[in-house]
Design a protein around this ligand. Structure first.
Ligand code: IPM
Ligand code: MG
Length: 363
């Protein structure tokens, strides 16, 4: 077949990894193939990597020592999930996902949440449109810096420290990213989350840097909320929020709450972005490896499809991203959903329905 000269070809590294990761990533790759079929001149060159817990059991590491080198020249990384019941979580996490996020300086973790049509929310009297957020999670430092240590192991006087690191560079760049994102959204509304009443060093610096950056974005309305109060606001006044920025750990916790309020973690996507585009960015569902349902064919593929939308946006493929998002919404609205959101469809059925919706989508 002749390839048109203006073809847009994107090189994708797929790392399905553990648990339901392979099931949802295969579903996602099929959906990308359908988009390739539907959208003129769009194509993907996908390479699969077998890194993860099974690889660890064979080779004693989660990925090869030159793993980052192997990934460096891709346009994007499509990632499933890490974590296995018989390997400590900190080993799987620090062996694969975090080295990629930190090694490629993917400092902006972007987590959109919306109530999709057809997905029931636990929120009272709320529905589609009342919850439409993007959480921007600082993804390179803070509580996930890996600093600290343990001394006198096993003795009564054992001590362990877990040091959160906040740098002016790190906080300023995520704050700018969040203000920019808020500015690009219709409501131009940003909420900065900290805990600067109790944590009086790093968190106070966050507040100060928010004040400093805000004047660069005079059309953005912004406010500050403490993280504990934020859980109340998210639950009782979801419509008062739009774009949210928080530290690595705070946003980790808030994004689980956001996922639950939107119906299920099974629909929640995330993007680990290097905004400067020096390295490939990484796209994954939030839900994790979910070994309890692995191999049963009932994993919800929606989060993995939605993160593919984020990947397509990042690659500049806005038409394909929109087409995919519309297909997801159509299928959810038709009630073709997996058990975690109250349906009885399998991964296969949802995937086929999304593929069909893409193939028959209008111009
Ligand atoms: C997430 C996850 C991870 C995190 C886990 C798997 C370590 O909860 O992406 O939110 O805390 O970053
Ligand atoms: Mg989390």
């Amino acid at each position: 077949m002749l390839t048109p000269t203006n073809a847009r070809r994107h090189k994708i590294a797929a790392i399905p990894a553990d648990g339901i990761g392979p099931e949802v990533i295969e579903a996602g790759l099929e959906v990308l193939e359908a988009l390739q079929w539907r959208c003129n001149d769009l194509s993907f060159e996908v390479t699969r990597y077998d890194w993860g817990s099974t690889y660890y059991k064979k080779y004693g590491r989660m990925m090869p020592s030159d793993g980052l080198e192997q990934l460096r020249n891709y346009d994007a990384i499509y990632f499933g999930a890490v974590g296995a019941p018989d390997i400590p979580d900190h080993i799987t996490l620090w062996g694969l996902r975090l080295p990629i996020c930190q090694g490629f300086d993917q400092y902006a973790n972007v987590r959109p949440t919306r109530i999709l049509p057809g997905i029931p929310t636990p929120l009272r009297c709320k529905g589609v449109g009342d919850l439409d957020w993007v959480i921007v999670r600082e993804n390179s430092e803070g509580e996930y810096s890996g600093h600290g240590g343990r001394a006198h192991r096993g003795l009564p006087e054992e001590v362990a420290t877990e040091v959160a690191i906040f740098t002016r560079v790190g906080v300023t760049r995520i704050m700018r990213y969040a203000f920019q994102l808020a500015q690009a959204r219709p409501r131009k509304l940003l909420t900065v989350v900290t805990k600067s009443n109790a944590q009086r060093h790093g968190m106070v610096m966050w507040d100060e840097i928010a004040e400093e950056v805000a004047p660069e974005f005079s059309d953005v309305t912004w406010d500050k909320v403490l993280v504990d109060a934020m859980t109340v606001r998210m639950t009782l006044h979801p419509e008062s929020l739009d774009t949210i920025v928080a530290t690595n750990l705070h946003a980790d916790i808030l994004s689980d709450l956001a996922g639950a309020l939107a119906g299920s973690l099974g629909v929640a996507p995330t993007a680990n972005i290097d905004p400067e585009r020096r390295f490939p960015s990484m796209f994954e569902p939030i839900h994790g490896s979910a070994f309890d349902i692995a191999g049963k064919g009932i994993a919800n593929p929606v989060a993995t499809f939605w993160t593919a939308c984020q990947m397509l946006e990042h690659l500049g493929e806005h038409d394909a991203a929109m087409r995919l998002m519309k297909a997801i919404e159509l299928v959810c609205a038709a009630g073709i959903v997996t058990p975690d959101v109250g349906g009885n469809a399998t991964t296969r059925i949802v995937t086929d329905a999304v593929i069909e919706a893409i193939r028959s989508s209008n111009d």
